[in-house]
Design a protein. Structure first.
Length: 145
C-alpha cells in the first residue's frame, strides 16, 4: 500500500534549517538609534513609545502590553522611575524611564487621549487589551487538514 505521508513528495525542509536559532545578540546602540529615528520619521508615535519603554524597562512583551497609564504616570506626568510586577516570575522589577522615553510616552498618551486607568498600549483591533499568546512548545512535524 502506498502511504502518502511517507516518501520525499511530502517531506519538507524545516523552516529554520540553516538559520541561527536560540538566543540572539542584543541590539547595538547604533541599531537602537536607527530604529528610533525611523519610527520618528514615519510618525509612529505608539510604536516609538512602546519601543523606548521596552528598551528602558527590559520587560517581556506580555508585561509591556499589560501596563496601564497609572503604572507610569503620576499627576499628569510620566514618572522617572517605575516598578512593575512581572507576570512570569511574579517578581517586581524597578526601572528608570529616560527623558526621551518619558517624552515619547507623553506624546502617545496625548495623541491616543488615554486616561488614568486605560491600558497604555490598548489593542488596535478591539476594546480589549492586547494579548500575547506564547508559541506552542511542541509542534508536530506534519500539519494536515
Amino acid at each position: 500500500m502506498n502511504n502518502p505521508l511517507k516518501g520525499s513528495a511530502c517531506h519538507s525542509t524545516p523552516w529554520n534549517k540553516g538559520k541561527l536559532v536560540g538566543r540572539k545578540a542584543p541590539l547595538r546602540v547604533s541599531e537602537i538609534w536607527a530604529i528610533r529615528v525611523r519610527l520618528e520619521i514615519f510618525g509612529r508615535v505608539r510604536d516609538l513609545a512602546l519601543f523606548n519603554l521596552a528598551i528602558d524597562s527590559k520587560l517581556r512583551g506580555c508585561d509591556l502590553v499589560r501596563l496601564r497609564v497609572n503604572d507610569l504616570c503620576h499627576g499628569g506626568h510620566v514618572a522617572a522611575r517605575a516598578s512593575v510586577m512581572q507576570q512570569k516570575t511574579k517578581q517586581p522589577v524597578q526601572f528608570e524611564v529616560t527623558a526621551g522615553t518619558r517624552k515619547s510616552l507623553e506624546d502617545w498618551i496625548a495623541a491616543a487621549a488615554l486616561r488614568h486607568g486605560d491600558f497604555l498600549f490598548p489593542s488596535r483591533i478591539s476594546e480589549s487589551p492586547v494579548s500575547v499568546v506564547p508559541a506552542p512548545s511542541g509542534l508536530p512535524d506534519h500539519h494536515h487538514s
